[in-house]
Design a protein around this ligand. Sequence first.
Ligand SMILES: [Zn+2]
Length: 286
Amino acid sequence: MNRAERYFARAEENGGPGHAFLLEGEDPGALLETAGRIARRVLCEKGTGCGTCASCRAALSGNHPDIITVTHEKPDTLSVNEIRRQLVDDMEIRPYRSARKIYLVPDAGKMNPQAQNALLKTLEEPPAYGMILLLADNRNRFLPTVLSRLVVLQADEAESEEDGGEAAGSSRLTGLLRRLQTADAAELAKAASELKAEGVSAEEAFELLTYLWRDELIVKAGGKTKLHFPEAADMLEDWARALSWKDADRIFTAIGEGKAKLKANGSPDVVLEVFLLELRELLRKA
Ligand SMILES: [Zn+2]
């Protein structure tokens, strides 16, 4: 997952992803793969890009009617007619099967000024279902009027250490949390220091906890989709049954307090341990 994909993974919290994006990166192949994964996630029936639902399967086979890849005939130009026909006019037709209709535009930097101007009105007033992912090596290829309407996302860095660390960090944290209810204080302290030894700082742990607890509140409200930690859904459901809303809110507040204490130079080990103890007490009380 690169920066652009993370943006979409978390966009739900900001009311869902918007309409027009520029994915910027050097490698056209990698850009198109990234755009494909983003489109899959946005249209996925589970909201995750699961790869197994009907929508994901259609996307993976290249046959999703609501994912349109804009092509061009001349190698160096994406013409105004190509943009009009394949994107501007086509977008007026509602999606076939999904809530959104997504246009991928490889080589978007090859749009000449006419083509960019043709796109402008669609960028200004897209239908609610429309989404455009322009792919290009450099944002400077676009007219300022166009660029100002795009969310620019870096999209070509490979699976970076940061991202790999995040995935590994999540699984280490959820592993620890699964043992929480039965752990005694000494085991908890040990688990917290193991987390650190495995490269998950207290700051990162609280960052992950913020997302995990948003999931918990979604699950408690009866939802199951759009989870950041789908692999922990069973644990979150157990907790949702065990915790009252008041307890769940208390933990949400405690996560914020933990972050604040770390910012105020509280000892990371102690801050994390105190939080884990509080969560454990609430779970045990239930
Ligand atoms: Zn899916």
